[in-house]
Design a protein around this ligand. Structure first.
Ligand SMILES: [Zn+2]
Length: 120
């Protein structure tokens, strides 16, 4: 059973993670804007430019995904349904939540999904 104090601790952790991610995404946005300007200024070396663009966009995608999971975890804390596996409704142990505060599944369901290649 995850206690109220532990949930409070995890909530603060989630809020910190969200803050860090939002900051990171702001930076990424600025970075890709800079690259667009570079493209206009310098039309050579197109291949390497579009490659770094892909990397930037890919990163942004991951960050957005994570942000979504964090938002969801925070919503569940408000609802009081936080800390339960979405698949089998077993409680997720605090140790796991401490490492992964936005975990949606318990370890055994998660590893099932990973075996099937459909995690998250
Ligand atoms: Zn489960």
């Amino acid at each position: 059973m995850v206690t109220a104090a532990e949930i409070q601790y995890l909530k603060e952790k989630l809020l910190e993670m969200r803050q860090a991610l939002v900051g990171q995404m702001e930076k990424l946005k600025t970075y890709s804007q800079d690259m667009r300007e570079d493209d206009i200024r310098d039309s050579g070396d197109v291949a390497s430019h579009s490659y770094s663009k892909e990397v930037t966009l890919g990163l942004g995608e991951n960050e957005r995904n994570k942000l979504r999971l964090i938002e969801e975890a925070l919503r569940k804390i408000e609802e009081g349904s936080y800390g339960k596996c979405e698949e089998c409704e077993e409680e997720i142990p605090f140790k796991r939540l401490e490492l992964l505060p936005f975990a949606r599944y318990c370890v055994s369901c998660q590893s099932e999904f990973e075996k099937q290649g459909s995690a998250f």
